[in-house]
Design a protein around this ligand. Structure first.
Ligand SMILES: [Zn+2]
Length: 413
């Protein structure tokens, strides 16, 4: 399908954007007499920008939004795990669809997910047309049969490079998986050319327990020693890192996913932006699940990341709007090997269409400043993912049905 976006603002220029199949074909002047156009979008009073890539999330937890609050991580996890034991595949599908709806409405076109019932998460992502890396969670508490079934699933999942819903082995964390299980996951990821997702150094307790159990090694040293860190490793949180940890992660090319809202809400700690940048670590941005956030807006996450860095490190440029926008868009795509994240000819057509008449977007001295510090979801009028329109004039297919189903969940169920 060919989509023409007419007269839209791309930073400081008004351009036409032609999307052919799943790529940006022309940016500039489009000769409509020579190209068959299936759909035209009027870009007047609108701007086109890269979409967001959410590199750490537990999408289905949307049905646990507000389930229990104001507890520290380990206590909170106990409550959540008890509730999770009651969830079934259909609940996961419903929760994931609600999460994807929320993500599309706030301009996100990709999420790296970590949860249970991967088949239902995959089904939800495919039904809604969003990109995803669906993690299959591994923990030592799982029986061997389930672990083997998960590895088989990863071995047999589609290797089609045009498939936008991918899968990955996801050893949950060092306090739920030993180094042997990590290594099995790592070997599977290598064999199948997949990413490996994990939580890492989220709390001080995790680090202290690890040192006690493993001859003074930090969690990063422990995983490096196990040989499971490389440029296909996605490590969420990374709050408690020594200088040496940051150096190791940078050298190995590990992607550090900053989750400012969740880290603040669970009182976990502050991501050391200056230290990680000093060592040129790869830094991406994620929302974590809605039980610890409580929404999936990457715009809110960008603002929080900047404010947290500025107040924690007492420097106005500890993290700037341009830097975090780059991290939330281009860098996220790049680290996940998605040829997108910029509005450029030849790249895959992922973008958001921003409403310049929205009260939060005026005046428009600098659109990135507005997007990071002022905008909310209502500023996003349209979303295109891999050349497909996922939202137009703020409407997403089946949104009313998704919301009606989600309403059935509450504390009593
Ligand atoms: Zn998480």
């Amino acid at each position: 399908m060919n989509i023409l976006i007419k007269d839209i603002l791309l930073y400081d220029k008004t351009v036409d954007v032609l999307i052919e199949d799943n790529k940006f074909k022309t940016i500039g002047k489009v000769d409509t007499t020579k190209t068959k156009i299936d759909k035209t979008i009027n870009g007047k009073d609108k701007a086109i920008l890269p979409a967001f890539y959410n590199l750490h999330c537990h999408a289905a937890m949307n049905i646990l939004r507000g389930f229990c609050e104001d507890l520290p991580l380990f206590e909170w996890l106990q409550n959540i795990w008890k509730k999770e034991d009651t969830l079934k595949g259909e609940d996961i599908y419903n929760g994931t669809r609600l999460a994807i709806l929320e993500m599309i409405k706030s301009g996100t076109v990709f999420f790296a997910d970590m949860y249970w019932f991967h088949k239902d998460v995959i089904r939800a992502a495919k039904d809604m047309g969003i990109r995803a890396d669906v993690g299959l969670t591994f923990m030592n508490k799982l029986d061997r049969k389930t672990i083997d079934e998960n590895f088989d699933f990863l071995n047999n999942y589609s290797k089609d490079k045009n498939e936008i819903v991918k899968v990955s082995p996801t050893p949950h964390a060092i306090y739920t998986c030993d180094d042997k299980l990590y290594k099995e996951c790592y070997d599977n990821a290598k064999k199948n050319n997949l990413f490996l997702q994990t939580h890492l150094c989220e709390t001080e307790q995790e680090v202290n327990d690890c040192k006690k159990a493993h001859n003074g090694m930090t969690p990063v040293e422990y995983l490096d020693n196990a040989g499971v860190l490389d440029n296909n490793t996605i490590a969420a949180h990374c709050v408690y890192l020594t200088e040496n940890d940051s150096k190791i992660l940078a050298n190995r090319g590990v992607v550090l996913v900053h989750n400012p809202c969740s880290n603040m809400k669970l009182s976990s700690g502050v991501f050391n932006m200056p230290q990680n940048r000093k060592y040129n670590c790869k830094i991406a941005l994620g929302t974590d699940g809605t039980s610890s956030n409580n929404n999936l807006s990457m715009m809110e996450e960008m603002k929080m990341a900047c404010l947290l860095a500025k107040v924690s490190f007492k420097k106005a440029d500890a993290l700037t709007a341009n830097e975090i926008f780059d991290i939330a868009t281009k860098k996220g795509a790049e680290y996940y090997n998605i040829n997108a994240g910029e509005i450029k000819e030849g790249m895959q057509a992922d973008c958001i269409i921003v409403d310049l008449n929205n009260e939060r977007m005026v005046p428009n001295y600098n659109i990135i400043y507005n997007m990071v510090y002022s905008a909310d979801s209502t500023c996003i009028n349209g979303v295109i993912c891999n050349g497909k329109i996922l939202m137009e004039d703020r409407h997403v297919d089946n949104e009313q049905e998704i919301i009606e189903i989600a309403k059935r969940y509450n504390a009593k169920n």
